[in-house]
Design a protein around this ligand. Structure first.
Ligand code: CAA
Length: 240
């Protein structure tokens, strides 16, 4: 029987590419989304991947959503915590709401996604967790105090979980994508975006599929000794 993989924010952008790549690799995929019903319906129609709507920032909502996925598809053995948002503003203009929204989705949302599946993974002695962090969690970014803080925090989650889960054959790894051609990056003003692309030695934005292929590798049964690591995928823009 194929393993069940949960991908948060899995119907658009990098998440959609991850959901599709996992399905192609033989997983039964549940993709979550927060609000865009049309995009989710279209995604399900074109891929056959089931979508589930909940707010990852809300613990009870996440727990109930995951229970529904498990009831319909079986125990979740692979989690890709990908859902993320930006609320960019220079720090002197950043509001507490902008801070709280980003922390809620990008950091607390990762806790809310993994915590409900953790006991089952421990009991079954198998689990694969991948958190999608960001280049900007590694290097910081002008106008992203909130986002960079959460993405750096995600690395702390992964490194701690790796140590806690290792004996139960649960791995937790992070991928730090650089600038990838998604709606999120396209929302950056064109002039700023051009200046960012000029800083990428590869000379282009990344493609969502380039991140998805790394996820498929990390969640495979064979990747059991790769645990607590951070894979950097940024076209050599920032070397760590
Ligand atoms: N470094 C230094 N200075 C910068 C800068 C930078 N990277 N970006 C902007 N500035 C400067 C501007 O030149 C401007 O200076 P002046 O006042 O002297 O003209 C000032 O900062 C901006 O001030 P504004 O009042 O105009 O700023 P604003 O309130 O309109 O905000 C912004 C504009 C939100 C910062 C906008 O420029 C922006 O969106 N920047 C991109 C931020 C970014 O890279 N976000 C990443 C999104 S993609 C992502 O997050 C995915 C991922 O994981 C990689």
């Amino acid at each position: 029987m194929s393993r069940v993989a949960l991908v948060t924010g899995g119907s658009r952008g990098i998440g959609a590419a991850i959901s599709t790549a996992l399905k192609d690799a033989g997983y039964t995929v549940a993709a979550t989304y927060a609000g865009n019903d049309d995009a989710a319906a279209q995604f399900t129609e074109s891929t056959g991947i089931k979508t589930y709507k909940w707010n990852v920032a809300d613990y009870e909502d996440s727990k109930a959503g995951i229970a529904k996925v498990e009831e319909e598809l079986g125990p979740v053995e692979v989690v890709v915590a990908n859902a993320g948002i930006t609320r960019d503003a220079p720090f002197h203009k950043m509001t507490p709401d902008q801070w709280n929204e980003v922390v809620g989705t990008n950091l607390t949302g990762v806790f809310n996604t993994i915590h409900p599946v953790w006991p089952g993974m421990r009991d079954r002695k198998f689990g694969r967790i991948v958190v999608i962090s960001s280049i900007n969690g590694q290097k910081g970014q002008f106008a992203q105090v909130n986002y960079a803080a959460t993405k750096a925090g995600d690395l702390g989650i992964v490194k701690s979980l790796a140590q806690e889960g290792a004996r139960a054959n649960i791995t937790a790894n992070a991928i730090c994508p650089g600038y990838i051609a998604t709606d999120m990056v396209m929302a950056v003003p064109e002039k700023v975006r051009d200046s960012i692309v000029a800083q990428i030695p590869t000379g282009r934005l990344g493609e969502p599929e380039e991140i998805a292929r790394a996820v498929v590798f990390l969640v495979s049964d064979d990747a059991g000794f790769i645990n607590g690591s951070t894979i950097t995928a940024n076209g050599a823009q920032h070397l760590v």
